[in-house]
Design a protein around this ligand. Structure first.
Ligand code: NDP
Ligand code: GDR
Length: 326
């Protein structure tokens, strides 16, 4: 039985990846930060019905000694580094913490792997945010990076450290440059979930308005369930490499609103307000990924379209609010 260690197991991707690896017969160990609220830690894993099948170990990406202890105890065959301060907007408020968790955190995990478990295969959760100010209309593994937020700068450091540890020490270290991916388990602060939650509240009479920021930016949105499959596939290759994971379709926030509101029989124009206070200091205007390499080398393809995913998210948020209403 192979053992996988997942940092960020309490997040959206961590939960879906844990479910996938359990289905494949792995022993799954997740690094989780101590929290005053145990419910918060286990919420997503419980939602997917896998909480009692994963082992959670205490640790923190900022604490190298905890990572070394965990590598020694767990002896993982595969390490997925998904932990990060992942909310772009918050990275301007907490640039140094973001640098620590999102950048140095990855370097800490790489060091722990190098020192204790160099045979383990390593996955780094890189991001399309690294492209930032777009240099090419469609972004591939060869497109130059131009990060536009403290988050993206930190991710770029982690990305190049992954490449560097592969080249310097021969680690089997791969970096997945994943474009936005969503699900009913997406954090409520991200725009897709904020919109689907807003639609549910408005539909149920709990709110009448939804305040958003920039409606004109576009994103290449896929489903998290599909994207964690790409992570796993990367670590099954003989040779480690970097891959773009995307759908190849880009959609504006405005169009996302239209799709989500119309799923509930509502017109977004009656409810959505664009507020200056939610605009970012620097914006990534357009993201559109070319998943060609992942398709050819990994045999990976996105299987859930945007409309179906948004419908699933709206339905899940309606169910959540209905159950709270009793
Ligand atoms: P989430 O924000 O849902 O999850 C982030 C996870 O990181 C949480 O489990 C969080 O733990 C953990 N974490 C944060 N700081 C620390 C720390 N100091 N020590 C240990 N754990 C920590 O992110 P997603 O699941 O959406 O994304 C997973 C990864 O993929 C992230 O690195 C993200 O930046 C990256 N990514 C995501 C994309 C997306 O569209 N979702 C696209 C491209 C990259 P806690 O619960 O304690 O807060
Ligand atoms: P992003 O996701 O920054 O792309 O990072 P987010 O959903 O936060 O923003 C997407 C776009 O929507 C615009 N927007 C708003 N965003 C939020 N959160 N809230 C709003 O009210 C709002 N109104 C408009 C934003 O300006 C932006 O253009 C996500 C994260 O998961 C990262 O960790 C990951 O690396 C990237 O995706 C790929």
């Amino acid at each position: 039985m192979s053992t996988a260690l997942i940092t960020g197991i309490t997040g959206q991707d961590g939960a879906y990846l844990a479910a996938l690896l359990l289905e494949k017969g792995y022993r799954v160990v997740g690094l989780a930060r101590r929290s005053a609220s145990a419910d918060r830690v286990s919420e997503r894993l419980r939602w997917l019905g896998v909480l009692d099948r994963v082992e959670l170990v205490d640790g923190d990406l900022l604490d190298l000694s905890s990572l070394i202890r965990i590598m020694n105890d767990v002896k993982p065959d595969e390490v997925y580094n998904l932990g990060a301060q992942s909310f772009v907007a918050a990275s301007w408020q907490q640039p140094l913490l973001t640098g620590q968790a999102t950048g140095i955190g990855a370097a800490n995990v790489l060091e722990a792997v190098r020192l204790v478990r160099p045979s383990a295969r390593f996955y780094q959760a890189s991001s399309s945010e690294m492209y930032g100010l777009i240099q090419e209309k469609v972004q591939s593994e060869r497109t130059p990076f131009y990060p536009r937020s403290p988050y993206a700068v930190a991710k770029l450091y982690a990305h190049w450290m992954t490449v560097n540890y592969r080249e310097s020490f021969g680690l089997h270290a791969s970096s997945g440059i994943l474009f936005n991916h969503e699900s009913p388990l997406r954090g409520i602060e991200f725009v897709t979930r904020k919109v689907t939650d807003g639609v549910a509240r408005i539909k149920l009479g709990l709110a009448s308005q939804l305040q958003l920021g920039n409606l004109e930016a576009t994103r290449d949105w896929g489903h998290a369930r599909d994207y964690v499959r790409a992570m796993w596939l990367m670590l099954q290759q003989d040779v480690a490499d970097d891959y773009v994971v995307a759908t190849g379709r880009t959609t504006s926030i405005r169009e996302l609103c239209r799709i989500a509101f119309s799923h509930a029989g509502l017109n977004y124009e009656d409810h959505v307000v664009s507020s200056q206070s939610l605009m970012r200091p620097a914006e990534v205007d357009v993201l559109l990924g070319d998943p060609g390499k992942a398709r050819e080398k990994l045999g990976w393809e996105a299987s859930t379209g945007l409309e179906d995913m948004i419908a699933e998210m709206v339905e899940a948020d309606l169910a959540r609010h209905r159950s709270r209403q009793g």
